[in-house]
Design a protein around this ligand. Sequence first.
Ligand code: AHG
Ligand code: MN
Ligand code: MN
Length: 340
Amino acid sequence: MAQKHITLSRWLIEQERSHGHIPASLRLLIEQVARACKRISRTVNRAANSGALGTLGSENVQGEVQKQLDVIANEVLLEANEWGGHLAAMASEELETIHTIPHRYPRGEYLLMFDPLDGSSNIEVNITIGTIFSVLHLPDGVGTVRAEHFLQPGRQQVAAGYCTYGPQTTLVLTLGHGVAMFTLDVEDSGFVLIKEDVTIPREAREFAINMSNMRHWDAPVRRYIDECLAGRDGPRGKDFNMRWVASMVADVHRVLERGGVFLYPWDRREPDRPGKLRLLYEANPMALLVEQAGGQALAGAERILDIVPTSLHQRAAVMLGSSDEVERLGRYHREANGVE
Ligand code: AHG
Ligand code: MN
Ligand code: MN
């Protein structure tokens, strides 16, 4: 029997029609984001031949050196999503301030946030990179859209997802009713459903963390990793495996596919900063996906999706993945705080 061929458009229409999970405007917005990801995917594929590799000599608002592809991906997303009429404004890791929709286009009811290109350090070495996005509702009754309207806790996201540019281009999406995965079929250049109801196994024997920062970690993270490293002879009584791609999209994708934990904790290198990863563009969308797949996502003792943001480019500590493991990490943090 021929395999059922469900395109992203068809899947989204079914989410709208039969399940009532989304309104038409959100469906069209997601389709637009997916089209932008397709363009970024093509640009990434051709980057070595078209001269789009390397840095630009500029820095973004975070003080990070911008790569050509960071800037190109940002422009593709802005351009693709400006005119559709579904958005009121966008915010990007690569932009200092929010990007409101120009007056020549109709204004919609949603806010879009993105990390245009995640894993920039992997661009030149041809390792998986990606785009992460998150959608919020513009609060009712807002006249002029300002940055403060983006400062909603992550649990209020109406959609979130990412696209990986790796051996395959894969789009992973949640509308708040489970997680679905699509891969780009380059023959007919469309996203096709490969998996629904993605579920992260509760238990795992795999962790992802940048071990070179070990000496800077706080006690609960050190305790957790020490116990994993002690393996079969330690308190966990089993051996663990380690992976670190250094592209959050790729590391989180592995966690969604086969379980495990991904950690980018607070550390002593910059004690005033809550973490390295950005709450609005990285931590929140990934936390929603992971929770929707049955996993957990904490920033320490606290659930990531409950953090009330105070600024656009705010950072957060991130510990997400298999429920039992993240729960244990949360307990170690609470014990260190003297709560348990
Ligand atoms: P970005 O490329 O958007 O700046 O994000 C990079 C992030 C994330 O993708 C990854 O998990 C982490 O930085 C890697 O950090 P280290 O270089 O410290 O390992
Ligand atoms: Mn990133
Ligand atoms: Mn980025």
